[in-house]
Ligand binder design. Structure first.
Ligand code: ADP
Ligand code: MG
Length: 696
């Protein structure tokens, strides 16, 4: 593949627009994109026609409004361009109206009560800030999805609103610095972790097929303890898959840049080059989809679940976040001049304040049942939110807080530090502290809590909104200040005094941190349910309403949908476990016990004096464990029945999380013990070893 030529060849991007649209139309469209305004129908007609011609030339026959409902995956309903003519022939047509607005039936997507109280219908509206593209012979138009009365029913709408909110606030501050900037957008680079296993093995595990994770499975003799997989040489089959994946993504304009093996056997990572948050989100959805289709083509199955295997590292999605001006400056870059230093410190202070004041929201932004299996293990950040700044930057901020000179910088001598004088400090551009949930890595923050399967729209609309709020408060104060520099210094000093408890540079996996965090009064919301309950707190409703990101109704709907996802997921997992246990494990164990009994009988028939210690001992153990298995199946069934009777979303989610999960774990423990003493050919499921090392 000629990468330079083929890159973005399936995208109706800037270059194609310039080539194919009349100059005035192109200009009007650009204007709409920049101002994030609605598109005039006359312009839409011309754009639609050009898009259709381009897509048909590339072999497309259909179009779809590509949207992101609250399920977290993308949805599409394909419509043909085909239109009959009077003479019995057909032409390919696509109108401006069809481009800008679609009316899918909203009633089958989760709406968290919005559907009941408002209209059943919904509509999708083109988001011209994300380019249309061709996938499977279909022109995909990125769209936002709303109820007929305008409530957001998707992940994209609040994200777009939050981008506007933060841009609005940042621009107020930029103006005060007198910078020549007309727009600021947030940027994101999402590193995606995933597992690859052989598809034939995958199909033999109903738990993987239905739930995306293993619900049974004894530990393999070799896990990840030798640390020989991370950055290891790619196996030929994996390398071929990755090449193919890169090509597919490049054609779709996704700048897939980094790929390597991860810590666990069978685990890998893909990182794209960062882009604006909106496009990064769309692209991450595409990455998750294309990874799966390309894997299939290679006889592989891709697991995006946060914790497919117990006892083996799970998968996350590092969300690298920053703010960029239209003049190409990164606002989280410390810079070299006094004015850049001051601006940087102000932005940093805004993030510190936001993260401390809205710890609950950040935790909520990653609240999924899959992530509950991962967070807090010795592999992923704990459920406690804190910020890593690195020792140098922390020491500098401490000096600002105390109002004392800084004496550790490269020059050796003491140095007054403040908003216009930052010493050079070594930037922590590496992953030095991998345990931190929210790490400053030199010129961006890396939020490491999101799970591998989630849409990054959730975390990012929350980061954007909470930072917008700090920036808004700073702007309110600075706009009124007589002495700008003094007010700026005050803000940074005050932020450090009030919020430095959120800064932690140590080991986030340690027991001591849990205690220390409690002493500091930081939240430790262990489960998604614990976190989601706090979503509807008054301060959160106020925040989202103030910045026009979510109405109260939309927030409550989201809370309900997220809770629903939690308990529905556990319900499916519990039922899958019961099926596997009853239909596969129980019969296998009975058969094995029966064959052992037969063997004992035959042996005795030959010679009664022969010892049968081994056989009897094994049979006894199997029999004991199978009795226990029977009890655990009954207990899990009872727990599910009880949970199903609950009606309130929070209570239901709590009961599933507490009692059903516990019973699932107990059932699993017994089954895993049985697996370890049952002859392999009798065991109905491929083992952990078979799965994790299935790709040769
Ligand atoms: P690591 O594995 O050390 O965390 P990677 O190099 O794999 O780092 O990924 C870093 C990610 O951060 C990449 O996707 C990169 O494009 C992204 N990134 C770099 N600069 C910015 C920025 N200013 N804003 C957002 N993301 C950024
Ligand atoms: Mg990373």
């Amino acid at each position: 593949m000629d990468v330079v030529k083929e890159f973005g060849s399936l995208v109706f991007n800037e270059q194609v627009m310039r080539e194919r649209l009349p100059k005035d139309i192109y200009k009007a469209l650009r204007h709409t994109m920049q101002e994030r305004k609605d598109l005039n129908i006359d312009i839409a007609n011309v754009v639609a026609s050009a898009m259709k011609d381009w897509a048909v030339e590339k072999g497309a026959t259909h179009y779809t409004h590509w949207f992101q409902p609250m399920t977290g995956i993308t949805a599409e309903k394909h419509e043909g361009f085909i239109t009959p003519c009077d003479d019995g022939k057909v032409i390919m047509e696509f109108s401006g109206k069809e481009l800008v607005k679609g009316e899918p039936d909203a009633s089958s997507f989760p709406s968290g009560g919005i559907r009941a109280t408002f209209e059943a219908r919904g509509y999708t509206a083109w988001d011209p800030t994300s380019y249309a593209f061709i996938k499977d012979k279909t022109l995909c138009i990125p769209t936002a999805f709303c109820s007929f009365s305008g409530e957001a029913l998707d992940k994209k709408t609040p994200l777009l609103r939050s981008m506007q909110a933060i841009s609005r606030q940042v621009m107020r501050l930029i103006k005060l610095f007198g910078d020549d900037v007309t727009d600021v957008t947030t940027t994101v680079g999402a590193e995606q972790e995933y597992f690859l296993i052989d598809e034939n093995i995958y199909k033999k595990r109903p738990d993987l097929v239905y739930c995306g994770r293993t619900l049974f499975g004894a530990r393999p003799s070799k896990g990840q303890e030798m640390e020989d997989h991370y950055f290891g040489v790619l196996k030929p089959r994996v390398a071929a898959f990755m090449d193919d994946l890169d090509e597919e993504l490049w054609k779709l304009g996704v700048v897939a840049k980094t790929k390597h093996n991860e810590v666990a056997p069978g685990q890998h990572e893909l990182a794209p080059m960062f882009s604006t948050t909106n496009i990064a989100t769309d692209h991450n959805q595409l990455v998750m989809e294309i990874i799966k289709t390309v894997a299939k083509r290679h006889g592989l199955a891709c697991l995006l679940h946060e914790k497919p295997f117990a006892g083996v590292n799970g998968s996350g999605k590092h969300n690298n976040w920053s703010m960029n001006t239209n003049t190409g400056e990164n606002l989280l870059d410390p810079g070299d001049t006094p004015s850049e230093n001051a601006r940087f410190l102000l932005m940093l202070a805004a993030v510190i304040k936001a993260v401390d004041e809205y710890q609950d929201l950040l935790r909520i932004s990653v609240a999924t049942p899959g992530n509950d299996c991962r967070l807090g293990g010795d592999e992923a950040p704990p459920a406690i939110i804190s910020i890593f700044l690195g020792d140098e930057l922390t020491a500098i901020l401490d000096c600002i807080k105390e109002g004392v000179p800084y004496d550790k910088h490269a020059g050796g001598e003491k140095m007054e530090v403040g908003v216009d004088a930052l010493p050079n400090f070594p930037k922590d551009t590496t992953d030095r502290n991998r345990t931190s949930p929210f790490a400053f890595t030199g010129n961006k923050f890396e939020f490491r809590m999101p799970g591998s399967s989630v849409s990054i729209a959730g975390p990012n609309f929350i980061i954007n909104t909470i930072v917008a709020e700090s920036l808004c408060q700073f702007a309110d104060e600075l706009e009124k200040a007589d002495d700008f520099k003094k007010a700026l210094t005050d803000i940074i000093q005050r932020t450090m005094i009030e919020h430095d408890r959120i800064i932690f540079n140590g080991n986030n996996y340690s027991e001591e941190w849990v205690k220390e965090a409690e002493r500091r009064g930081l939240l430790n919301l262990k489960s998604s349910v614990d976190a989601l309950q706090l979503f509807s707190q008054e301060k959160n409703i106020k925040l989202f309403e103030k910045h026009g990101v979510l109405t109260k109704g939309e927030l409550l709907a989201r809370q309900e949908i997220m809770l629903e996802i939690c308990y529905k997921t556990i319900n499916i997992e519990a039922l899958t476990m019961l099926d596997i246990a009853k239909q596969q494990i129980v019969p296998a164990v009975i058969e094995y016990m029966s064959d052992i009994s037969g063997a004992i009988n035959s042996k005795m028939a030959v010679n009664e004096k022969l010892g049968c210690k081994l056989e009897c001992h094994l049979l006894e153990k199997l029999s004991c464990l199978s009795d226990e298995l029977d009890s655990k199946i009954i207990e899990l069934e009872a727990a599910v029945d009880a949970a199903r009777k609950e009606t309130d979303a929070i209570v239901t989610a709590k009961v599933y999380h507490d009692s059903v999960s516990e019973k699932m774990q107990e059932l699993r423990n017994v089954a895993d013990e049985l697996e370890m003493i049952t002859k392999k050919s009798y065991w109905p499921l491929p083992s952990y070893g078979d799965i994790l090392y299935s790709v040769k």
